[in-house]
Design a protein around this ligand. Structure first.
Ligand code: ZN
Length: 489
C-alpha cells in the first residue's frame, strides 16, 4: 500500500516535471518565433560532439528532438563537421555514420575544410539569417553562440535534450527591436504574446496553482485544492493528447541506427555473395571464347565493365558492393567499415566467386572452357602468354590503383551529392582498364575475379599475380587518398 502510494506520487511528480519541461521549450521557441522569425520546420544544425553524446546516451536524435521541441525539424550538418569527425579516427565511427545521414548544407569551405566549431559559427553569419538552431556539446562553441543574438542553443544534459533559454544577447536584440516599433505594432505583439502565454503576468499565477507539498503526509484540504488537482489532471490529459499528435515522418524515424545488428551483418554477407557471384557469372560467360564465336576485345571489355555495373546496382545500397577484397581493404583503411566486417566481406566474396564461376562451368561445355589450353577462355589469363609475370604484376598494380582511386573518390564526402550513377561510373572505369590492358593480363584488378576460374579449372599458374598486384595497388591508392587527398587542414 505504502509502496503503491510512493509510486503514484513519483509518477505524478515526473509527469509534472515533464509538463514543465515542455512548457519551457514552448516558451523559449516562442521567443525566437516572435522576435527572430523562426518557422517550422526548424533547421537543426548538428555537429559531431552532439551526435557522439547522443550515441553514448542511446538517444535517437531524429526521434527524440522533434518530440522534445514539439515541432517538425530538419536535421542538418556541414561538410567541415563531417571531415573533422573523419579525421578523429575510428573511435567516432558510430557518430560519424549518424552525422553522414543528415542533409549537408553548403558552408563555403568546399575543398578547404575548417574545424567544425568554426564552420558552424560561420554558418550563423551576423544575424543567423537562415534561422539555425545549433545542437552542440562543445562548451567553447556554446559560449560563442550565446554572444550572438537570435541563435537557439540545444544540448544534451545526460539523456535529456535541453533548449537553453534565450541568451542575454538575444533578449537585448529583441528589446532593441521592440523599442524601434510603433505603437500599433507593439500592441499587436502584445496580443501575440498573450496568445502564446508569454506574458510576465504568468509568474504570480503559477504560485497560486501550487498545491500542497506532495511529500507531506497531512490530509488534503478538500475544497479548493481538489479542484486544483482536477484542473492539473485535465492539463496532463490535454498535454498527452497534444503530444500524441506530433507526427514524425517515416524517413526521419529510419535515420538513426546506432550499431549494426546481427541481421545487418547477414544481409551484408548475402549481398556481397550475390554481387560477386553475379560479377563472376556475367564476366566469365561473356568472355568464353569459342561458344561466343569470334569475340573482340571491345566485347570483352564492355562485358567486364557492365558486369560490375550490374553487380553494384544490385547490392550497392545494401553492402556498398565491394565485390572485391582489395576494395574491402581500402574501405577498412578509410574507416568506411569496421574491423569485424572485413572477414565477413572477404569470405562472402570468395564464396560468391566460387558459386558464380561454378554456374558458368556447369552451363558451358568443357571443350569451350579448356579451349585447347591456350587462350584464356573467359578466365582471367590462366596463362600469361604475352607478358612476363613481373610485367603482369606491374600492369595489375597500375590498373588496381586506378580502380581503387575511383572507388575512394566515390566515397569522398565531396562527392556525396553525385551518387546517382556510381554503378555506371565504376563500370566504365573497368571498361577502360579492360580496353587498355585486357590483352596484357586480362585486367582482373580483383583477386576473387581470378580465384573462381583458377579453382574450377585447377590451374594456378601465375595466380599469385592476381592477389599481389591488386593488393599492392589498393594499398598505394588508399594511403595516397587518405594522407594526401583527405589530408587534415
Ligand atoms: Zn565549413
Amino acid at each position: 500500500m505504502y509502496l503503491s502510494f510512493l509510486v503514484f506520487f513519483n509518477f505524478k511528480i515526473k509527469s509534472k516535471m515533464k509538463i514543465r519541461r515542455y512548457k519551457k521549450v514552448h516558451k523559449h521557441l516562442g521567443f525566437f518565433v516572435n522576435n527572430f522569425g523562426f518557422r517550422q520546420p526548424y533547421q537543426l544544425l548538428i555537429d559531431g560532439t552532439f551526435c557522439y553524446a547522443a550515441l553514448n546516451n542511446k538517444i535517437n536524435i531524429a526521434d527524440n528532438i522533434p518530440r522534445y521541441l514539439q515541432a517538425e525539424i530538419k536535421l542538418l550538418t556541414t561538410q567541415c563537421a563531417i571531415i573533422e569527425m573523419e579525421n578523429l579516427g575510428s573511435k567516432l565511427n558510430g557518430a560519424l555514420l549518424i552525422l553522414k545521414k543528415y542533409v549537408v548544407h553548403k558552408c563555403g569551405h568546399e575543398g578547404k575544410p575548417i574545424p567544425g566549431s568554426k564552420c558552424l559559427l560561420s554558418m550563423l553569419k551576423n544575424r543567423n539569417e537562415s534561422h539555425y538552431i545549433i545542437a552542440t556539446q562543445d562548451r567553447d562553441l556554446q559560449s560563442k553562440i550565446r554572444l550572438k543574438p537570435g541563435v537557439p542553443l540545444l544540448y544534451l544534459h545526460v539523456k535529456t535534450p535541453v533548449l537553453e533559454q534565450p541568451s542575454a544577447a538575444s533578449v537585448k536584440a529583441a528589446t532593441n527591436k521592440l523599442s524601434a516599433l510603433c505603437k500599433s505594432e507593439i500592441e499587436a505583439l502584445q496580443e501575440l504574446k498573450d496568445k502564446n502565454g508569454l506574458t510576465n503576468e504568468e509568474k504570480p499565477k503559477r504560485k497560486k496553482k501550487k498545491g500542497p507539498n506532495p511529500l507531506s503526509c497531512k490530509k488534503k484540504k478538500r475544497s479548493n485544492v481538489q479542484s486544483n488537482v482536477v484542473k492539473r489532471e485535465r492539463q496532463i490529459e490535454a498535454e498527452k493528447v497534444k503530444r500524441k499528435r506530433i507526427r514524425i515522418s517515416k524517413h526521419q524515424n529510419l535515420q538513426v541506427q546506432a550499431k549494426p545488428k546481427l541481421f545487418d551483418y547477414i544481409l551484408i554477407a548475402l549481398a556481397e555473395f550475390v554481387g560477386t557471384a553475379t560479377l563472376l557469372f556475367l564476366s566469365c560467360t561473356g568472355a568464353t571464347l569459342g561458344i561466343q564465336g569470334a569475340i573482340s576485345g571491345m566485347h570483352m571489355s564492355f562485358n567486364a565493365g557492365l558486369a560490375v555495373t550490374a553487380a553494384i546496382q544490385m547490392v550497392g545500397h545494401i553492402s556498398g558492393a565491394h565485390i572485391n577484397p582489395v576494395v574491402t581493404l581500402s574501405a577498412f583503411i578509410l574507416n568506411e567499415i569496421s574491423t569485424i566486417q572485413v572477414p565477413i566481406y572477404i569470405v562472402s566474396q570468395i564464396l560468391g566467386s566460387l558459386a558464380g564461376c561454378a554456374f558458368q562451368v556447369i552451363v558451358t561445355p568443357r571443350i569451350y572452357i579448356d579451349n585447347g589450353g591456350e587462350s584464356p577462355a573467359g578466365f582471367v589469363a590462366r596463362h600469361l602468354t604475352r607478358t612476363s609475370p613481373t610485367g603482369a604484376l606491374g600492369v595489375e598494380i597500375l590498373l588496381s590503383i586506378i580502380l581503387v582511386f575511383s572507388v575512394c573518390s566515390s566515397w569522398d564526402h565531396r562527392n556525396s551529392d553525385k551518387q546517382d550513377s556510381v554503378p555506371l561510373k565504376i563500370g566504365i572505369v573497368v571498361v577502360i582498364a579492360n580496353l587498355a590492358a585486357g590483352a596484357y593480363t586480362g585486367a582482373s584488378m580483383n583477386p576473387v575475379r581470378s580465384l573462381g576460374p583458377a579453382v574450377w579449372t585447377n590451374d594456378y599458374s601465375s595466380h599469385w599475380v592476381y592477389w599481389a598486384g591488386p593488393t599492392i595497388g589498393s594499398l598505394i591508392a588508399t594511403y595516397f587518398y587518405k594522407y594526401i587527398v583527405l589530408r587534415k587542414n
